[in-house]
Design a protein around this ligand. Sequence first.
Ligand code: HEM
Length: 433
Amino acid sequence: MRVAAGRMPLLGHGPAMARDPMRFLRRLRDQGDVVTCCLGTVPVHQINSPELIRRVLVTDAHRFGRNRIFANARQLFGDGLATADEPVRMRQRRIMQPAFHRDRTDAYVDIMRTEIQRFVDRWRAGEVVVLDREVSRITLAVTAKALFRADLGSAAVGEVCRSLGPVLDGITKRAMLPAVYERIPTPGNRRFDAALRWFTTIVDDVTKAYRDSGADHGDLLSMLVASPMTDAEIRTQVLNILMAGTDTTAITLSWAFHELAVNPPVRRRMLAEIDTVLGGRPVTAADLPRLSYVDRVVAGTVRRHTPVWLLMRKALEPVRLGDVTIDAGAQVMISLPTLHRDPDLFPDPMRFDPDRPLDEQARTSALVPFGAGRHRCTGEAFAMAEMTTALVTVSRNWVPNPVPGHRVREVTRAFLRPDALPMTVYRRNTRNW
Ligand code: HEM
């Protein structure tokens, strides 16, 4: 076992990890294929080589389970697709997978475009939009609308969007902190409890309305209501989907707008493709396969700015990985952005280049921003369609540009994200774009 340098008594590598997680994880990567650190007194093995990562996620996935963080989240919210352990997760995945199938996702493109357009129509030429916040609101509205498509759900979409912010903030905090924290009546905890109660009431009401109507509205909730799940299980799934699908997509999309603004040749090429394919009309699902450069802009962004920065697993039995034996019960971590920024795999890794993923995906299987194996993201097709639709819908008429003097910083929160992304939005036809 190779224990990383810099371990402190009792605290282990905890302070280094807390101070600058991405720097710490990068240092671990540079020390070997499997490197052990101690978070407090708990040893955690970081897996760095693409081959061994593939074993943990894919070929030997049955020998690893979800770790303690998920157990905390489960206690709070029950078993959902993004938190449950086997065999519950597998059963839920089978029920929900069809809702995320590409055929179905195509039907969501109209919803996505309409929702995105609604936000963009409020912009005024030359105003500063805090783009990361705006995009967060957009992805939440899009996901909520795809869940509750029917008119029965339209009030719920608004209410869910209002109540979900404090719920999502609180979930991350509570999953990380000891259980005693949630019993302290801080203003944050009270806001969280009230928002969660409200969220529960809304989702239960709309589920009941769907059950009473008995119709298939072609959305995720119809699919859940038709399945053998109870109302409580459905509520958990809805929360899981909103949790897993909103911020990840919003963050990636925000970075895409940033990269386009600081890479004018890429933006010009993308706008040219949009004009050629659409000829001025709104985007539909049928256009997506022809928008190959936009797709590469998204793929290039999700490599360069991979939002899910840590996958955690627990070994269920002893597993030999490279020259290290991982004991049963030991914690294992994989840092996807650290992998995607490995200069041996992706030369000049911090350079944003939409032409890169195609070549490199062919050469290496190290590009896994949506995970791999049994936990591979169920929402990948949904997210890709949403991000493409958003880039096209915004870029047809608007050009967001950085506010002079503002420097964007990457910060490590629940996801790896920009600290703030204020951008001035210009009408496309007013300049030579
Ligand atoms: C850019 C956007 C997204 C990224 C980068 C992303 C990334 C990921 C990753 C890396 C995992 C694997 C986690 C693990 O192995 O422990 C995952 C799982 C998951 N994602 Fe996504 N995701 C995105 C968008 C979405 C969307 C839009 C949805 C739903 C609408 C979604 C739903 C889920 C669910 C339910 C899981 C758990 C799957 C399972 O464990 O069986 N994600 N995602």
